[in-house]
Design a protein around this ligand. Structure first.
Ligand SMILES: C[S@@+](CC[C@H](N)C(=O)[O-])C[C@H]1O[C@@H](n2cnc3c(N)ncnc32)[C@H](O)[C@@H]1O
Length: 247
C-alpha cells in the first residue's frame, strides 16, 4: 500500500525539505514553470490543491488572485510548514487524504496537484472523485512522475554510462507491468505506483474529462549543462508528465 505517510517520517521530511528549499530544485526549476503555464486564469476562482505539501503552490494561486485556496495533504509536518510559511487570508489548509475527497461538500473552479498522484493506488477513482468536485467547465491541472521515470525498480543503475560516468541511455524496466515500485529517493525504500501512459489517458477520459493539453518535462539546456548531476539525464527521459483537463 503506497498510502504511506512517509512525509511525516522525520528523516524523510528533513531531507525532502532541504531538497525542496535548495535554490536549484526540480520543483522550482522544472515542475512549476510548466504547470503554471498550463493553468487557466486563477483570478476570482475557487481552487483546491491536492497534496499541497509545504504550500508553495497555494501561495502562488493566492497571489494570482484566487478567491480562495484549499490545500489538502495527509502529512501533518508538510501542513505545519505550509501554515507557518505560506499562509494568507484566502488560504485554508486541511489534513485530508485524496482517497477521502468525497468528504468535501463544496465545489471548485480549478483543481490542481503537483507531484502527489504518484502515491495513488486507484487512479481511476481519484479522477472520478475530482470530476465530481469540479464545477461545469472547471479545470484539473496536474503533474506527476512520468511513466518512463517510474518504469524502474531501483536494483540497477538508471543509466547506461560511458566509462567516465557520462549518461548515455536511460534504462527502462518492465514498463508494461503496472503497480507499486520501490527505489531509493531520499530514503532507501521509497514507494510509488507505476502506470502506463495509456492508463493515465484512459482514466482521465473515462472519468469524463476532455484533455486540452499534455506536456512532458524538459530542462533548459544551460541549466542541464550547469548542473549535470541533477539535470544531466533529463535529455534522455522526461521526469514529469502534465495534463490540463476540462470538465
Ligand atoms: C512530492 S510532495 C509535493 C508537495 C507539493 N505539491 C509541491 O509541489 O511541493 C507530495 C505530497 O503529496 C502528499 N501526499 C502523499 N500521499 C497523499 C494522499 N494519499 N493524500 C493527500 N496527500 C498525499 C505528501 O504528504 C506530500 O506533501
Amino acid at each position: 500500500m503506497a498510502q504511506q505517510n512517509i512525509y511525516d517520517n522525520d528523516a524523510f521530511y528533513e531531507n525532502f525539505k532541504s531538497l525542496r528549499s535548495d535554490e536549484i530544485n526540480f520543483n522550482d526549476i522544472i515542475e512549476t514553470p510548466i504547470l503554471s503555464a498550463m493553468l487557466p486564469d486563477m483570478k476570482g476562482k475557487k481552487i483546491l490543491d491536492i497534496g499541497c505539501g509545504m504550500g508553495q503552490h497555494a501561495m502562488q494561486y493566492s497571489n494570482a488572485g484566487a478567491a480562495s485556496v484549499l490545500g489538502i495533504d495527509i502529512s501533518e509536518k508538510m501542513l505545519g510548514y505550509a501554515r507557518d510559511k505560506n499562509s494568507a487570508d484566502n488560504i485554508t489548509y486541511r489534513r485530508l487524504a485524496f482517497e477521502d475527497l468525497n468528504r468535501l461538500d463544496e465545489r471548485f473552479d480549478v483543481i490542481t496537484s503537483s507531484l502527489a498522484f504518484d502515491y495513488s493506488e486507484d487512479f481511476g477513482k481519484l479522477l472520478r472523485d475530482i470530476f465530481a468536485l469540479l464545477n461545469d467547465g472547471g479545470y484539473l491541472v496536474f503533474s506527476m512522475s512520468h511513466p518512463i521515470s517510474t518504469a524502474y525498480d531501483g536494483t540497477y543503475d538508471r543509466y547506461t554510462r560511458t566509462q567516465d560516468g557520462v549518461r548515455l541511455y536511460a534504462n527502462l524496466h518492465n514498463y508494461i507491468i503496472e503497480g507499486e515500485r520501490h527505489f531509493k529517493w531520499v530514503v532507501d525504500n521509497y514507494e510509488v505506483y507505476h502506470r502506463k501512459i495509456s492508463t493515465l489517458i484512459n482514466c482521465i477520459a473515462s472519468a469524463g474529462f476532455i484533455i486540452e493539453e499534455c506536456q512532458e518535462s524538459m530542462v533548459p539546456e544551460d541549466i542541464a549543462n550547469e548542473h549535470p548531476d541533477k539535470f544531466g539525464g533529463v535529455v534522455h527521459q522526461p521526469d514529469f508528465i502534465f495534463f490540463k483537463c476540462r470538465k
